[in-house]
Design a protein around this ligand. Structure first.
Ligand SMILES: [Fe+2]
Length: 404
């Protein structure tokens, strides 16, 4: 009965989302393209950007590169460097206060998912000052144009530069609030591969697998997708299989870095339209409870859930195996065999990049909470190939803990 309810919800919701005013973040790409930021600010008559970033990027000198670009063009600016991993409601409120106090008129979010999430959350609060983060969380609760938003990713994975989502953690309950609204799609995505050159291999690996998971979950959705989102998901899978291990092994390979940024953007677009699924729902619970880095959580969960989906996804995973170049279309193998190759390749790629098979941080007492959070996030909204009930979420979480 519950499965029927979820499927009817998704079927109806599919009609609703088709009429939403979708748009894409305008793409600015190429080595050194952060130099175009002043031009964009002038174009929109903006005078006082707020740069939102984190201490790590300040120490790495990457924030300074944006500051130099702004200073050279004689722009005043405000810098906030206090974004933490899994940004909190407090951080979002601080950014909002400073933005208003200093009369800023646009955001430049520099970083991985966290900086972008925090800045998006703050931008939503700026236009809805009477609402709390909790009140804005959920689907289409903001419904108001945000200040101009320039997203400058320094990793290739979250896709946050093109998505409708901002994930903000309540530090008291550890729950992750997901604000999801079309107005959260950034105005510009600046993909400068030079900013990702210094990323350590471990971060390159987990953020890359995050992008791969976005593409796979978007592709596996049974509805919501469009021709474009399907094409983008397939493109992203192809690019990631061809480039992720290249950048993991040689961080200075700028062509591969750029390719991964494009893949992340495409995967981000695909899941913005088609949704993610149970893999992300479980990963978000892990992030909220144990601060597990998002990319690490999805990397561990991804192959296990794909395996667990079984027959329902064999045909689509077979297509993904062909797209990834793991097997020729003409090769005489069954869909089940091709799907197995795809899953096994993810396991072995994870292993080569030092990603563990399980996460032993999961505590028995926390499992009911994880089941509740993951279930609430996934159902009935996500158009997953297999609807998980509480029991199945529980079994999967235990498998993730054990690691096999
Ligand atoms: Fe993700």
């Amino acid at each position: 009965m519950f499965v029927i309810f979820c499927r009817i919800f998704q079927f109806i919701f599919n009609f609703v989302v088709k009429f939403l005013p979708w748009r894409k973040a305008a793409l600015v790409e190429g080595a050194g393209c952060i130099g175009k930021i002043p031009e964009l600010l002038h174009k929109h008559k903006l005078k006082m950007p707020m740069l939102v970033t984190d201490e790590g990027l300040v120490k790495a000198g990457i924030a300074q590169r944006i500051i130099d670009v702004l200073a050279k063009a004689h722009f005043p600016y405000l810098v906030f460097t206090g974004v933490e991993p899994n940004p909190s409601v407090n951080t979002v409120n601080k950014i909002q206060e400073l933005y208003i106090e200093q009369k800023c008129d646009c955001f430049i979010a520099l970083g991985g998912g966290s900086a972008m999430d925090a800045a998006k959350g703050a931008a939503a609060c700026v236009v809805r000052p009477k609402k709390s983060v909790e009140q804005l969380s959920g689907l289409l609760k903001v419904l108001k144009k945000l200040p101009p938003f320039i997203a400058v990713p320094t990793t290739a994975g979250t896709g946050s530069e093109t998505t409708i989502a901002a994930l903000i953690t309540d530090t008291e309950t550890h729950h992750k609030h997901a604000i999801m609204d079309i107005c959260l799609i950034p105005r510009y995505a600046i993909l400068d591969p030079e900013l990702t050159m210094g990323l350590p291999p471990s971060i390159t690996a987990i953020t890359g697998i995050d992008a791969l998971t976005h593409a796979i979950e978007a592709y596996l959705c049974w509805t919501y997708g469009t021709r474009e989102s399907i094409r983008f998901a397939l493109d992203a899978v192809k690019i990631i299989f061809a480039n992720l291990e290249k950048v993991y092994n040689d961080g200075n390979n700028i062509e591969a870095r750029q390719a991964m940024q494009i893949a992340s953007y495409k995967a981000g677009f695909a899941f913005t339209r088609a949704g993610v699924g149970n893999i992300h729902a479980i990963a978000h619970a892990l992030g909220g409870l144990y601060k597990t880095p998002h990319g690490l959580a999805v990397a561990v969960v991804l192959p296990k859930v794909l395996e667990d989906y079984g027959k329902k996804v064999h045909k689509k995973l077979a297509i993904l195996a062909e797209t990834a170049g793991l097997v020729a279309k003409t090769e005489k193998k069954t869909n089940a065999e091709k799907a197995r190759m795809f899953i096994d390749t993810i396991y072995s790629m994870n292993e080569r990049m030092g990603i563990p098979k399980g996460l032993d941080c999961i505590k028995d007492d926390d499992i009911p909470k994880m089941i509740e959070w993951a279930g609430k996030e996934s159902n009935p909204l996500y158009p997953v190939p297999v609807i998980y009930n509480k029991e199945r979420f529980g079994k999967m979480i235990k498998k993730i803990r054990i690691g096999n």
